[in-house]
Design a protein around this ligand. Structure first.
Ligand code: SF4
Length: 1018
């Protein structure tokens, strides 16, 4: 029976499940007789499995099933954003399954050559020819279920306006036309007095505050918050925010990984683009994961888990995961190749600095690499990267150049750094020297004057040697011998070594933690090496491409002014500083400024609440859940936001759900979700070849529509607002083509199809899609739109859409021993921008090299001093599982897999506190408390308390809301579990209520929370 069935029919997907069940047929049959929640299954053998989307006959013929469409798009089940193929039931128009897109590197490795016909790709992912698992393209457990969100009964499908006071969870549905009229026109919208609408706020002439002209004009008083970029951020920023004339946009980095991103930016000498590094898992020989856990969580979740597993079994990888808790990254099956190193929460900075000390002390660093002082020298000697380790930093106290890198000229833009030639000891420009002296601590003659300088490397060495290995061991909780052992192993694999970090850096010294960790890779020179560190594989040109420049449009205004979150500018450049300096007291400022941070999400809100530097008049919060996502957000923001006059007078949330943040809005604009949405995006990390994914609605969005038939969503909303306001870049002559002609922006497709066209035409254009491919990809309905928007190239755009994007072949990853896509900038052992910056509150100079700081408040007091261990003996940290992802915790199917969360504690700690598995306990921090079920476990650091992030919701169906006459009762399971962010608290040394943050870059601190624990009941 089994044999004949296999010969007779090879079925995509289903064949795998059935094949895997050989030997378990009784179990399978029994299981399949029941469907979800106890209802009988329609088929005794195949259970509830839907019919396959295609059949592969024994001779390899592909027979698509006309009942289904298989469309390529992107999963937004987590921030990884894998390419997926979505199976849509043509009768009901609903998604019934998501699988991996075999063309997309985040779902498949190796991935299909791009020009593989679609028909052939169906064979590739089937069991035909016994291709087995190797060619499978997968979605993870989460990606397989979260599309139930599309039909969630708590989805907002029509615009809502608050009824009564803000935050009372009472709403009335309004028409799309009323929404546009009111948010643009303003007026006495809530019976609480006049509220300025967007038309009044778009004032490009009137200064916000004449006493502080650098604040810019009133238009800056519109702020926009987004979330992780799911392919539409450029539309919001380039087309709407910039046309409006405001500078105030922030994504979610500051509540996710800003300390890590800023540390990478410092290391890679680029505070504009904020690049970041990931290991080349596939060829790495030794990897240290600091506070990140491939295989359990992280980005790209699926890809790095697969590459790690393959490298440890088939490659040469050995790796160590340094976390307070044993994670899924470790595998007993991997034997000695995988190792867990338990660390105190927040101990990573001490560990990394200890390793740096040991490496330098034992001369295990790569001096030859570190001596290469410039790109020109790098190319001459055949290295793929270079550092500023040999560059000279002025250290003469009080000298006008103190903290600056020594240069030949005074031109700010010119990078003619000076070094001491290792061959003859002469001062020369870095470009002219192949090997510069690495250790320098001397007084040189510069422009005829003596000047004290040290090399970047000498400053790093000095910094690392401030503490002994034993002191680093005490701070990190890792014994000195283990620090030494780790450093020795790390320096024993040439360039095929890598480090990674992410969630562990979300605390008060996370910026320096990241920079110290990355500096380990500089000491061995693994950047741009196969098996080393990569800044990513790049992309095909999208916003500015061969066909259109989508960033530019006639009448685009300049955006003068500074940001409300006080980022990207030094306090010393403000009028406030000048006034204070003239009064003889330049410091402190009223609050902190962040000269090398790109954006702080809640800085837009706290800046407004605290009226510093200026208040917002309106906030558009687009899928941003800052109240839930910020540690301390609920404790510091919610009450303040309930008062429109004291916080932000107009809050418009664009959101498919009423969540912890959008419930505090005045209007909710429904947004599309998952497979209803347009977008274009690139991977976040761990990819080595050009990759662009595209999203387009593969199922009809469920929201109500504007008069032109466009469903209400972020894109259509801002188009309607843009047209109503008469903003440049919207309406009939809005989009600029390469030939100078202008095209309309009336609908989302006017923008996104042209964006796809740019991708299709970059370099050697993609082929045309033929009729069969259009049919197989379910694109027939798009043909009229494609012909309208891209008359010359519509078949090329269809080719990209049919494959879910454009993907370079895997053969483009390496050139010899180097990565083909190299990071081209300088690695900063010393960063001049950081080293010449000061705290605006204390005038404290920031260290220009990685250095050890104990966890601290913004003004420098150690947390351990303000909150002594006698009061708070434990330290709470958050972690993520391989199932739940915060944006999708409301998914009913996902919660079938993981119903609730626990508070995790080490067995020996629990025993010492007389606590038992299953106790209901209370955690108390200096600013909050939570309750939860205790899970006593091995594999935990004894000082640590772990709480999985994503539970304990008070939005998205966890609370009861009233919409018009309808009451939607909150669901208990959505509320279930503990929310670690309720333990977050305000930094007591800052004015206003601002959650504890990274002292240097302002990123939210979630990971090193002092707590005590108490049993409530057994
Ligand atoms: S890793 Fe994330 S994006 Fe990828 S399939 Fe899973 S849930 Fe979807």
């Amino acid at each position: 029976m089994k044999q004949s069935r296999r010969k007779f029919l090879k079925i995509t997907g289903l064949a795998t499940a059935a094949g895997a069940a050989v030997g378990y047929s009784d179990t399978l049959t029994a299981a399949a007789r029941l469907s979800r929640r106890g209802n009988p299954a329609p088929d005794a053998i195949y259970g509830n499995a839907p019919a396959p989307e295609a059949r592969i006959d024994a001779d390899g013929q592909v027979k698509p099933n006309a009942d289904f469409t298989v469309a390529s798009t992107v999963c937004i089940g987590c921030t990884t954003q894998c390419g997926v193929r979505v199976k849509v039931d043509n009768k009901s128009g609903t998604v019934v399954r998501a699988a991996g897109n075999p063309y997309h590197p985040l779902s498949s490795d190796p991935w299909l050559p791009y020009e593989t016909p679609l028909r052939e790709s169906l064979r590739w992912t089937s069991n035909y020819g016994e291709s087995g698992l190797e060619n499978r393209s997968t979605a993870c457990a989460r990606g397989n279920v979260v599309f139930d969100k599309i039909h969630d009964k708590f989805r907002v499908l029509t615009p809502l306006k608050r009824a009564g006071k803000r935050g009372k969870d009472k709403w009335i549905p309004i028409s799309p036309e009323q929404l546009i009229e009111e948010v643009v026109g303003g007026g006495n919208l809530f019976g609480e007095g006049h509220v300025d609408g967007l038309a009044a706020i778009r004032d490009l002439e009137t200064p916000i505050d004449p006493a502080n002209p650098e604040y810019g004009t009133v238009a800056n008083q519109l702020g926009i918050l987004g979330t992780t970029d799911e392919g539409r951020k450029d539309f919001m920023v380039f087309r709407f925010l910039q046309a409006f004339g405001s500078k105030n946009f922030s994504g979610h980095s500051s509540i996710c990984g800003l300390s890590m991103r800023a540390g990478n930016a410092a290391f890679l000498s680029d505070f504009n683009k904020y690049p970041h590094l990931k290991p080349d898992f596939e060829h790495c020989e030794y990897l240290i994961n600091f506070g990140t856990s491939p295989g359990q969580a992280g980005n790209p979740f699926k890809r790095q888990g697969k590459l790690l597993a393959r490298a440890r079994s088939e490659g040469n990888l050995h790796y160590v995961t340094v976390t307070p808790m044993l994670t899924n990254s470790d595998s007993i099956a991997a034997g000695e190749r995988s190792r867990w190193l338990p660390i105190r929460p927040g101990g990573d900075l001490a560990l990394a600095m200890g390793m740096i000390r040991w490496i330098i002390d034992n001369n295990r660093h790569n001096s030859a690499y570190l001596s290469v002082p410039s790109k020109a020298a790098m190319e001459r000697v055949g290295e793929p990267s270079f550092t500023n380790a040999s560059h000279l930093v002025v250290v003469a106290p009080g000298h006008p150049l103190e903290g600056r890198m020594l240069k030949a000229s005074d031109e700010a833009e010119k990078e003619d750094f000076l070094v001491i030639d290792g061959a003859d000891g002469q001062l020369k420009t870095a470009d002219s020297v192949d090997a510069a002296r690495l250790e320098v601590d001397e007084t040189i003659v510069y422009r005829g004057e003596p000047l004290a300088v040290k090399s970047s490397f000498s400053l790093l060495k000095e910094s690392a040697f401030r503490f002994t290995l034993d002191e680093y061991a005490k701070e990190s909780g890792i014994p000195a011998e283990e620090i030494a052992e780790l450093a020795q192993e790390f320096t024993s694999h040439g360039r095929k070594v890598a480090v990674d970090c992410h969630g562990n850096t979300m605390h008060t010294t996370g910026f320096y933690t990241t920079w110290a960790i990355l500096s380990l890779s500089a000491l061995v020179g693994s950047l741009n090496y196969q098996g080393g560190m990569s800044a990513g594989g790049g992309k095909f040109k999208d916003m500015k491409g061969a066909a259109y420049d989508l960033t530019a449009y006639p009448g685009k205004p300049k955006q003068p002014g500074i940001r409300i979150d006080r980022t990207r500018i030094a306090y010393e450049k403000t009028s406030e500083f000048k006034r204070n300096q003239a009064a003889g007291q330049p410091y402190p400022a009223k609050d902190q400024w962040y000269p090398f941070t790109n954006a702080i999400e809640t800085g837009l809100i706290t800046g407004s609440i605290n009226r510093y530097p200026y208040p917002l008049k309106a906030l558009i919060s687009w899928n941003a859940n800052f109240v839930y996502g910020e540690s301390g957000g609920e404790n510091t923001l919610t009450e303040a936001l309930k008062d429109p006059k004291a916080s932000i007078p107009l809050i418009i949330a664009i959101d498919p759900f009423i969540n912890e943040s959008s419930r505090l809005a005045d209007y909710i604009v429904p947004d599309s979700v998952l497979y209803e949405t347009w977008g274009e995006l690139n991977p976040w990390g761990a990819w080595l070849t050009k990759t662009n994914a595209v999203r387009y609605p593969v199922v009809a969005p469920r929201q109500v529509a504007f008069a032109n038939g466009e469903p209400v969503c972020m894109d259509s909303f801002v188009i309607e607002v843009g047209k109503k306001l008469g903003l440049p870049g919207f309406g009939p002559k809005a989009i600029k083509a390469a030939d100078g002609s202008l095209h309309p922006l009336e609908r989302p497709e006017d923008f996104y199809l042209r964006l796809f066209e740019n991708v299709a035409l970059d370099g050697k254009p993609v082929p045309d899609a033929d009729d069969e491919e259009i049919r197989l990809a379910g694109l027939q309905d798009y043909v009229p739109r494609l012909r309208r928007v891209s008359p010359q190239n519509w078949r090329k755009v269809a080719y990209v859409m049919a494959r879910g994007g454009r993907f370079e072949g895997k053969e483009g990853a390496y050139k010899g021993a180097h990565l083909a896509k190299k990071y081209g900038g300088m690695v900063s052992v010393y960063n001049e921008i950081v080293g010449t910056s000061r705290s605006a509150l204390t005038a404290e100079k920031y260290s220009g090299v990685p250095t050890f700081y104990a966890a601290r408040l913004v003004k420098g007091e150690p947390l351990a001093k303000r909150y002594p261990r006698i009061e708070y003996p434990l330290t709470a940290f958050s972690f993520k599982s391989n199932v739940v992802s915060t944006p999708n915790t409301a998914s009913s199917r996902l919660r079938d897999l993981r119903y609730t969360s626990t508070i995790d504690i080490a067995a020996r700690t629990a025993e010492s506190l007389d606590l038992a598995h299953g106790d209901v306990v209370e955690l108390t921090s200096p600013g909050g408390r939570i309750e939860g079920l205790l899970r006593v476990r091995e594999g935990m650091h004894p000082e640590a308390i772990g709480v999985e992030h994503g539970f304990g919701r008070s939005g998205e169906g966890a609370i009861t809301v009233q919409i018009g006459q309808e009451t939607l009762e909150g669901l208990r399971f959505r509320k279930s579990g503990a929310c670690i962010n309720l333990l977050g608290f305000a930094d007591p040394d800052r004015p206003g209520r601002i959650a504890l943050s990274d002292f240097a870059v302002g990123s939210n601190s979630r990971q090193v929370i002092p707590v005590r624990i108490r049993k409530l009941s057994a």
